[in-house]
Design a protein around this ligand. Structure first.
Ligand code: GAR
Length: 194
């Protein structure tokens, strides 16, 4: 199954997903990486791994509808069947949601519905939560809402700070995301391989 990854930033999840699928450790082929941020580090990581990239800046378009219509053109050109959000810090609008209905998933660094939105790690620390975690869910029109596919808990120790907790979360994300992608691709392609 042909996959696209959408990411806005450093792209450690994107890099990990590309590597895991290229090595055959997770099913699926990452054929396109899209970033909404100019020169986001994820773009370099993806092209070094031989994956096509698209830097698509929303402010260059008249409105969100035009931006997403262009994204769909790029996705269609690359024959993308499923979209993985990995640190894509933007709501998916109705145009893209409809085109890829039930075929977009997101990863978020908290146990949703707790701490949605920006900097979930800081939110958990400021709330003095005893645990947080990672959630992977189908995407709907809300911010970090939509049916949950998988969650994993992480204990927050008294001496944890933003750096240490981010490290723990990333380690879990890098295990959980390829695992879930592998399951989704296996389920969706089961019929085709029988
Ligand atoms: C990840 O922790 C991901 O869960 C989070 O952004 C980070 C991206 O890291 N996503 C969200 O907060 C979505 N609301 P990465 O660029 O190193 O993969």
């Amino acid at each position: 199954m042909r996959l696209a990854i959408f990411a806005s930033g450093s792209g450690t999840n994107a890099e990990n997903l590309i590597q895991q699928t290229q090595k055959g450790l997770a099913k699926g082929d990452v054929v396109l990486v899209v970033s909404d941020k100019r020169q986001a580090p994820v773009l370099k990581k993806a092209s070094e791994l031989g994956v096509e990239t698209a830097e698509v800046i929303p402010s260059s378009f008249e409105d969100k509808q035009a931006y997403e219509t262009y994204l769909i053109e790029r996705l269609n050109a690359a024959k993308v069947e499923f979209i993985l959000l990995a640190g894509y810090m933007r709501l998916i609008g109705p145009v893209l949601l409809q085109a890829y209905e039930g075929r977009i998933v997101n990863i978020h660094p908290s146990l949703l519905p707790h701490f949605p939105g920006l900097d979930a790690v800081r939110q958990a620390l400021e709330a003095k939560a005893k645990e947080t975690g990672v959630t992977i869910h189908y995407v709907d029109a809300g911010m970090d809402t939509g049916p949950v596919i998988a969650q994993e808990k992480i204990a927050i120790e008294l001496d944890d700070d933003h750096v240490s907790l981010t490290k723990k979360i990333q380690a879990v994300e890098h295990q959980l995301y390829p695992h879930v992608v592998n399951q989704i691709v296996a389920e969706k392609t089961r019929g085709e391989n029988e």
